[in-house]
Design a protein around this ligand. Structure first.
Ligand SMILES: Nc1ncnc2c1ncn2[C@@H]1O[C@H](COP(=O)(O)OP(=O)(O)OP(=O)(O)O)[C@@H](O)[C@H]1O
Length: 250
């Protein structure tokens, strides 16, 4: 298949290229007032440095409230850190406007949320083509988007279910559509927030193994938040969060 052959070549050439680099990221949330009545803050991330390379998968683990999701949202450029630098493909995102960051996200970042959030009235294929359609793709461009959607659905094992609507898919299948959808824009960074939280152990393992496959096939840098330590065997790197502090375990 052309798509996969092309992707494999790109993964070889892009191996170990640093896609995401977080330098001394601190994130503070407003947290009411202190005993003297002054505004208080809660430090969710405390000088976190970490990077993710093309073709490699990293798991972020840690107890509830340790800062895993905060780290992912900063990496996704959805939350601006209080201090520190986020570099994406070597360029700092700190000085970009909201609009420029939204554009950067569309071009470079695929995000997989905990719950797939699929639109009930659309088929699996339509969920993938929706963004291209909303961006005005018509004619040849729309046919190209449909063809890419079909290749991606094939890659995630759903070619037979391309015409099924969201409610006709199982939880695991919905998460596969979610993964395929995140890859539609050919991102260099793939971020997944607890992608297996709604699934049983067997389906969770197959979703993590699929993420590992697409990481290699597409040469993306994948960062997955998980509280499930059994998932860390199949990843290249593990970062443990503890009270906002990151420690690289693997
Ligand atoms: N929007 C917010 N406003 C204020 N505090 C927040 C906000 N979001 C998160 N926090 C706090 O920041 C800390 C880190 O939260 P975060 O959601 O990043 O942790 P987590 O490791 O992802 O937790 P979980 O596994 O339960 O999802 C927690 O103390 C949390 O209460």
């Amino acid at each position: 298949m052309t798509l996969l052959a092309h992707a494999s070549e790109s993964s070889v050439s892009s191996a170990s290229r640093e896609v995401l680099k977080l330098q001394e990221i601190t994130l503070e949330y407003p947290d009411g007032v202190d005993s003297a009545g002054n505004p208080a803050t809660l430090k969710a991330l405390d000088s976190v440095s970490f990077s993710a390379s093309a073709g490699e998968m990293t798991a972020i683990v840690g107890a509830s409230g340790s800062g895993k999701s905060s780290l992912l949202w900063v990496a996704a450029t959805l939350v601006k850190p209080t201090a520190g630098t986020v570099l994406l493909d070597g360029a700092s995102v700190g000085s970009l406007s909201d609009r420029e960051r939204a554009q950067l996200r569309a071009e470079k970042i695929g995000i997989i949320f905990q719950q797939p959030n699929l639109l009930p009235s659309l088929t699996a294929r339509e969920q993938l083509v929706l963004v291209a359609h909303m961006n005005g793709a018509r004619g040849k461009a729309l046919r190209a988007a449909r063809s890419r959607a079909d290749d991606l659905l094939d890659m995630v094992g759903l070619s037979a279910a391309a015409d099924r609507r969201a409610h006709q898919l199982s939880g695991g299948q919905r998460q596969r559509v979610n993964i395929a959808r995140a890859l539609m824009g050919s991102p260099s960074l793939l971020l997944a927030d607890e992608p297996t939280s709604a699934l049983d152990a067997e389906r969770s393992a197959s979703i993590v193994s699929l993420l590992a496959d697409v990481t290699g096939e597409f040469g993306v840098a994948t960062v997955m938040v998980t509280h499930d330590l059994t998932m860390t065997d199949s990843v290249d790197h593990v970062v443990q969060m503890n009270d906002g502090v990151a420690k690289v375990l693997k």
